[in-house]
Design a protein around this ligand. Structure first.
Ligand code: C5P
Length: 244
């Protein structure tokens, strides 16, 4: 393992606190079954399995906390075998917030290890690879805060009231994914600033908070395998990927 990826330096916060309204259905999308297991279990296993990740916090909807606890410690734990039980000891479950960024804030505030950096990853992106996670860790240590993003392939228009106003140079357009990552002390200091002077926008990712406060954020190039499961149509496509 390269020195920059020493185990113990990195923590992960997994926001799973949404109710998945765009998916419809009676349970949050992260609990729906995809290829034989719940959506959230995919990335949870990936992060728990990596020695580089010292600690994992998952933020879940308040009304589903008991369900998640039971599912993880009663159902997943025995399935994973003895090696994994050790990994489960690095996991904690917290209640999420009204907005995604508040779920992440709850997760970051709950971290207890000596990790310096945190990677935030949406559980609705089940197919994140260890390779990309390692690239994020390297970029964090060598350059600074970063996010995984994929290049735009379509031509991007700005429009209002159904009329096109302009076209953006798509070579400059990146579609944000996760993990998004930063130093833990930096994120905590920004949360403290937000507490004093609330934001006048609702951040949909960590990068927009970092950008707002003038921090540099670097891109780690990702691809479509890490897309977010959002609609019932996505579910069919993701189910076929899960079975491969
Ligand atoms: O709603 P969206 O798909 O953008 O959510 C991205 C991720 O953020 C999902 O994993 C979802 O569970 C999580 N989330 C959260 N807390 C919220 C809203 C969304 O942790 N209040």
């Amino acid at each position: 393992m390269a020195n920059s990826l020493q185990s113990g330096k990195f923590a992960a916060v997994l926001p799973a606190g949404g109710l998945g309204k765009r998916m419809g259905g009676t349970i949050p999308k992260q609990l729906m079954t995809l290829g034989g297991k719940p959506v959230y279990q995919y990335c949870l296993e990936t992060f728990l399995n990596m020695d580089e990740i010292a600690e994992v916090v998952i933020a879940v909807p308040v009304d589903w906390k008991d369900y998640f606890e039971k599912d993880i410690f009663d159902r997943i734990s025995p399935l994973l075998g003895s090696g994994y039980s050790n990994n489960l000891s690095k996991l904690s479950i917290v209640v999420g917030g009204v907005e995604r960024w508040q779920s992440v804030q709850n997760g970051v505030n709950a971290l207890t290890s000596d990790a310096e950096y945190v990677l935030v990853h949406d559980v609705a992106r089940p197919f994140i690879s260890e390779k990309i996670i390692r690239k994020v860790c390297e970029t964090l240590v060598n350059k600074g805060s970063c996010l995984v993003a994929k290049p735009a392939i379509d031509t991007i228009k700005i429009a209002s009231d159904g009329r096109v106003e302009s076209t953006i140079d798509r070579r400059k357009v990146w579609l944000a994914q996760t993990p998004q990552a930063a130093r833990i002390d930096l994120l905590k200091s920004l949360y403290a600033r937000i507490k004093k002077v609330p934001l006048d926008f609702t951040p949909t990712d960590e990068a927009s908070i970092l950008e707002f406060f003038g921090e540099n954020v670097y891109i780690v190039e990702g691809d479509s395998t890490n897309d977010k499961l959002t609609t019932p149509e996505d579910f069919e496509i993701f189910a076929s990927r899960a079975s491969k």
